[in-house]
Write a protein that binds this ligand. Sequence first.
Ligand code: CMC
Length: 393
Amino acid sequence: TGLVTLDPAFMNTASTKSAITFLDGEKGILRYRGIPIEQLAEKSRFVETAYLLIYGELPTQPELDRFSNLLTRHSLIHEDMKHFFDGFPSTAHPMAVLSSMVCSLSTYYPEEHDINDKEKMDITIARLISKVRTIAAYAYKKSIGQPFIYPQNNLKYAANFMHMMFAVPAEPYVVDPDIESAINLLFILHADHEQNCSTSTVRLVGSSRANLFASVAAGILALWGPLHGGANQEVIEMLEAIQRDGGNVKKYVELAKDKNSNFRLMGFGHRVYKNFDPRAKIIKQTADKILAKLGIQDPLLDIAKELEEAALKDSYFVERKLYPNVDFYSGIIYRALGFPTNMFTVLFAIGRLPGWIAHWKEMMEDTSTKIGRPRQIYTGPTERLYVPIEQRS
Ligand code: CMC
């Protein structure tokens, strides 16, 4: 059986080789297929970046047109799926709904997950990327008691999503171009992050040859946790608590340092980034810009900045190299765009989808991939006798 080494949280064990995303945590570098995140954030759109991650190259114009057309063609969900929404309570967390619905897609499209059939696989991928928006928007509409708004073929990816979220039958939602670019930018920044918890989940589930929808449904659930994507919702809830508490940021910094308190500064710290999170840097600038453009003054942004300043001056955070991560400022932008707090992690999931797909595909295309099966170090009794119930004390 050989020697088994113990590395419970994968602190320094690589689970795979991958050619998708390059990350240098010491230098704060993040590149998709070699292209710096800063360049993509400035110049690309989400759909193009999704193509880059999944297919390995920036698309030519015909390639991009074909991919965009597939997304447009597959934006509706099956009418029967709309009934599922009636089964959830209106208070259901949209991440639970999203995962259930994505898993349900495998009941409607069970056949088309053969990695060797490129044409069918392209459609499966497009279906998932396109329908996830529709599902997310429908989950929101259901939760507020409004009718579902169908996708519109003349709208681009982000604009179509905003339309399904915020239009009502009596009034179309006209998407402000600044808002559309902000959504594109945020989705791009979330699009991949190599072997994070949810992506590793997608790979592990997929390694048993589970289909793409099932694997991604599992990834969505991993993302939901507050130490992962769920942190973006927690950040706003924390900032709101600080606001209710009179804006006393120092108190919360002290609380986060207290090991008995169980409280952490949400949106702070990262397993890999030990200097700064390049995504957080861009998001912070964007938060300032978009709020100014929309003429919104959000007191939570001021509290967030004060909290960041107070934490970065504190030796506890300096010594442990804890900096704001991608989730720290993103929620402030989502709020300004009109999203309710419980939708923030859903937005992260829509953004992360191309990464999950790219990793699932990379793994499936590698014929040497084996099922993921971690080992353990057993600490229980090695052998005991069975005791009949009447003799147990
Ligand atoms: N507030 C207070 N202390 C912290 C924090 C924090 N946010 N993060 C880490 N620490 C402390 C931790 O208590 C430990 O201290 P000590 O050495 O005294 O025991 C030390 O810093 C190292 O932390 P760790 O928990 O061993 O680090 P990790 O790599 O296992 O965890 C993390 C990384 C992101 C889960 C963690 O920093 C955290 O819980 N942050 C808050 C949640 C959050 O913002 N998550 C989003 C992560 S980025 C995007 C994403 O993945 O979705």
